[in-house]
Design a binder for this molecule. Structure first.
Ligand SMILES: Cc1cc2nc3c(=O)[nH]c(=O)nc-3n(C[C@H](O)[C@H](O)[C@H](O)COP(=O)(O)OP(=O)(O)OC[C@H]3O[C@@H](n4cnc5c(N)ncnc54)[C@H](O)[C@@H]3O)c2cc1C
Length: 329
């Protein structure tokens, strides 16, 4: 309960991944009452370990979240396992509705719900996602280094992606799939780096036991591969907050949809901040955590200013002469 009792919390954080938990810790350490509502599906859950995270290299994704929850509880923050289904403005704050019917009232909101990876229409991709069907050279590249890698053309970043993968293996092929023909200069770049372009629509990934073994094209050809990189379309998980007027916009790079924010995470809706993949589609765990920390600090700063202004109003109402003297100093 907050000081004046009108709200359950200073801040409700919707989503408890790296961004949400980091934001909540920074708020709790500023003696803010904070609850994180989390549905427990971090984006990287299918992966064995988190990489390029200094000090926690290789930690299992769910272990990282579990540690974050414990750290938050250590500072008095709450974690509520559940799903937020909507939120509405109520007075100066917000009423957040959970799937089980509970309502949480808070002065500010931090939205850190991440994104949904939408797969290109090729059978078998989702089943192998995060293992030998991958997207990010920094997250999984080392694990597939030196292997026979395929890159499925699936978006505006696919040529860049195949060049990044080439850094990791000498045996990389580019599946043109259904994408428009390559620009002449891209075709030249791929040829110069020894990347074969396989024309034709890809129908499915093939497996051998629990391992990817290749790619089958619609015309029946099979190309043997150990790993396949794809670019998913990344869509912010924020449609359920439409009632708040929180905008979800096409990302300028054409890679999906995000919630635009100012630096620091302030959204177009007063009192609502966003951090992590819901706004920055490209953020890895470290960047999502850093953005959450920054948003938490900004929310605390916003509340501090509101409280100072209210204290001034009270001082003026109660002791007009003292207030005037303070203003003259
Ligand atoms: C397969 C894979 C492997 C990856 N590997 C790495 C890696 O090795 N290193 C790295 O740095 N990055 C990696 N990433 C990227 C990493 O997943 C993201 O950077 C990170 O998850 C972003 O954190 P986040 O807090 O913004 O979102 P998330 O971690 O996705 O957390 C969002 C949370 O919000 C919850 N949520 C969503 N909607 C609601 C709702 N309505 N109510 C309540 N809760 C809700 C979700 O259940 C989830 O727990 C990988 C991504 C993928 C897909």
């Amino acid at each position: 309960m907050t000081e004046n009792g009108a709200y359950d919390y200073d801040v409700v954080v919707i989503g408890g991944g790296a961004a949400g938990l980091s934001g909540a810790v920074s708020l709790a350490r500023s003696r803010r009452s904070v609850a994180v509502v989390d549905a427990g599906e971090p984006r990287n859950a299918p992966a064995e370990g988190v990489h390029v995270l200094l000090g926690r290299e290789g930690i299992a994704p769910r272990e990282l979240v579990a540690r974050g929850r414990e750290e938050l509880r250590g500072y008095g923050g709450e974690v509520i396992e559940g799903r937020v289904v909507g939120a509405a403005r109520e007075g100066d704050g917000f009423a957040v509705r959970l799937a089980d019917g509970a309502i949480l009232r808070s002065r500010r909101l931090l939205v850190t719900t991440g994104l949904v990876d939408e797969f290109p229409g090729v059978a078998g991709l989702a089943e192998r996602w995060g293992r030998d069907v991958v997207h990010c050279p920094y997250c999984h590249g080392w694990e597939v280094r030196g292997q026979r890698i395929g890159v499925l053309s699936a978006g505006p970043m696919s040529v860049h992606q195949v060049l990044l993968m080439r850094q990791l293996s000498d045996d990389v092929v580019f599946f043109a799939h259904t994408a428009p023909p390559l620009e002449a200069e891209d075709r030249e770049r791929l040829a110069a780096r020894g990347i074969e372009v396989v024309e034709g629509e890809v129908a499915a990934v093939r497996t051998d036991g629990d391992r990817l073994s290749g790619v089958r094209l619609a015309d029946g050809r099979v190309v043997e591969r150990d790993a396949l990189a794809i670019a998913t379309r990344m869509v912010a998980r924020a449609a359920f907050l439409a009632e708040l007027g929180l905008p979800v916009r096409e990302h300028p790079m054409g890679v999906g949809e995000h919630v635009p924010t100012e630096a620091g995470g302030r959204t177009a809706v007063p009192g609502v901040w966003a951090a992590g993949n819901v706004t920055d589609l490209m953020a890895q765990v470290g960047a999502a955590a850093a953005a959450g920390t920054m948003a938490g600090a900004q929310i605390n700063g916003d509340l501090v200013m509101e409280e100072a202004d209210r204290a001034v109003e009270r001082m003026r109402a109660q002791r007009p002469s003292a207030a005037a003297a303070a203003a003259d100093l």
